[in-house]
Structure formats: structure tokens, C-alpha cells
Design a protein around this ligand. Structure first.
Ligand code: DC
Length: 215
């Protein structure tokens, strides 16, 4: 097995942006586990499956192939990178990610994806469930106001028209749901390095982590 850099944190804490940059700088394979839950949420919508139909969602996941190629997310060979960032998907992804059997399938996929490469993997349960023995463990955080502002700016740049209030409400709900899951809930472990990025730039966070990891 290669080296594993595991990062957990709430929505908008900057883990995606930071992990992507570190992957390039340090030659690591980047695995965005949130994108995998989003892919299944998107597939459920496409197949008209309601979030209460857990067995169907689990079946869907069993028949899904998720790949990350050149920074894009593919579901069964189709690029769905843009589709998984819509508000429609964002609204249902947290409840869908609470389905225990779905988590088992995706956690297996995540461990297999790591293979023998050096990886940087980010999500909610990487330091606790997927790779509790990771070489480096981080918990990235920021205030709810700052996280909502970041998402608001990101959406605007992508041409998405969602109000700051709606984003803040969605993030608060997801925070609560993601921290109160039966399995794989977002937890700050005692052995994770805690970084509060509220008043830090992306580059400052990248530097902090880069100075710690030896990969
Ligand atoms: O990181 P993100 O916002 O793209 O993640 C989308 C959702 O997926 C998030 O609300 C919780 C869930 N998730 C999870 O349960 N476990 C992970 N390892 C990653 C994401």
C-alpha cells in the first residue's frame, strides 16, 4: 500500500480545493469521496428513485462504476462532473449518504481506488472508517459564515443562481445530518491535525499541510 493522506471536514471547509492542489504538487492520486456519494444521488434522480427507496439505491450503487480521470468524475463512463454539483443533487446527497449499506459499497470502492498509489482522499469518514491508520490525518474546519460565503462565490463563478441564505441553510442541515449519522458520521479524531481555515488563504492551508506530509 502507498502512503495515505486523509482529510475530513464539513462542507465548504476547503478540503476539495486544497486536496486537488496538494495532489498536483506532491504527485498524489486525488480521491473526492463526496463526489462518489453525489454520483449515486445523481443516478437516483436520473432513475426516478426516491430517497426512501434504500434497496433500490443500494442496487444502483452495486451496478455503478465511478472513476476519476483528469480531475473529472465519471459514472459508468459518462462525465457527470457538472451534474453532481447542482442544488438538486446537493439537497438529497446527505440523506442518501446516511444509507449504511450504500456506505459499505462506497467505502470498499474507495479502499480499492487507493490501490498501491500514494493518495490524498477527502470526505467525512476518511480518518475514522476508510483509513483510520492513514499516514497523515487532518480535520479541516471554518466558520459556517465563511463556508457559506465560499460556496456562494463558487456557485456564482459557475453561473449558478442560489441565494446565500439557501446555501447557508443547506450547509447547516448537512452539517447536522453528517455529524449525526449512524455510521460514518463526521468526527474530529484526537489524532487528526486540526486546521481552522476561516482566516487562512488556500495557499496558506496548502503550505501548512505540505510542510507536514512527507510523500
Ligand atoms: O464533500 P461534499 O460536500 O461533496 O459531500 C457531499 C455529501 O456526501 C456530504 O453532505 C456528506 C456525504 N459524504 C459522506 O457521507 N462521506 C464522505 N466520505 C464524503 C461525503
Amino acid at each position: 500500500m502507498g502512503k495515505v493522506v486523509a482529510i475530513d471536514g464539513p462542507a465548504g471547509s476547503g478540503k476539495g480545493t486544497v486536496a486537488k492542489i496538494l495532489a498536483e504538487k506532491c504527485n498524489l492520486v486525488y480521491i473526492d469521496t463526496g463526489a462518489m456519494y453525489r454520483a449515486i444521488a445523481y443516478a437516483s434522480l436520473q432513475n426516478n428513485i426516491d430517497i426512501s427507496e434504500e434497496e433500490k439505491i443500494v442496487e444502483l450503487a452495486k451496478n455503478s462504476k465511478i472513476d476519476f480521470i483528469d480531475g473529472k468524475t465519471y459514472l459508468n463512463g459518462i462525465d457527470i462532473s457538472k451534474e453532481i454539483r447542482t442544488m438538486e443533487v446537493t439537497r438529497i446527497v446527505s440523506p442518501i449518504s446516511s444509507i449504511v449499506k450504500l456506505r459499505e459499497i462506497l467505502v470498499d470502492m474507495q479502499r480499492n481506488m487507493a490501490g498501491n498509489s500514494n493518495v490524498i482522499m477527502e470526505g467525512r469518514d476518511i480518518t475514522t472508517v476508510v483509513f483510520p491508520n492513514a499516514d497523515y490525518k487532518f480535520y479541516l474546519d471554518a466558520s459556517i459564515e465563511e463556508r457559506a460565503n465560499r460556496r456562494y462565490k463558487e456557485n456564482k463563478e459557475k453561473g449558478m443562481d442560489v441565494s446565500l441564505e439557501e446555501i447557508k441553510e443547506n450547509i447547516s442541515k448537512r452539517d447536522y445530518n453528517d455529524m449525526h449519522k449512524e455510521v460514518g458520521s463526521l468526527t474530529r479524531t484526537a489524532d487528526s491535525i486540526y486546521i481552522d481555515s476561516t482566516n487562512l488563504t488556500i495557499d496558506e492551508v496548502v503550505e501548512k499541510i505540505k510542510n507536514i506530509i512527507e510523500v
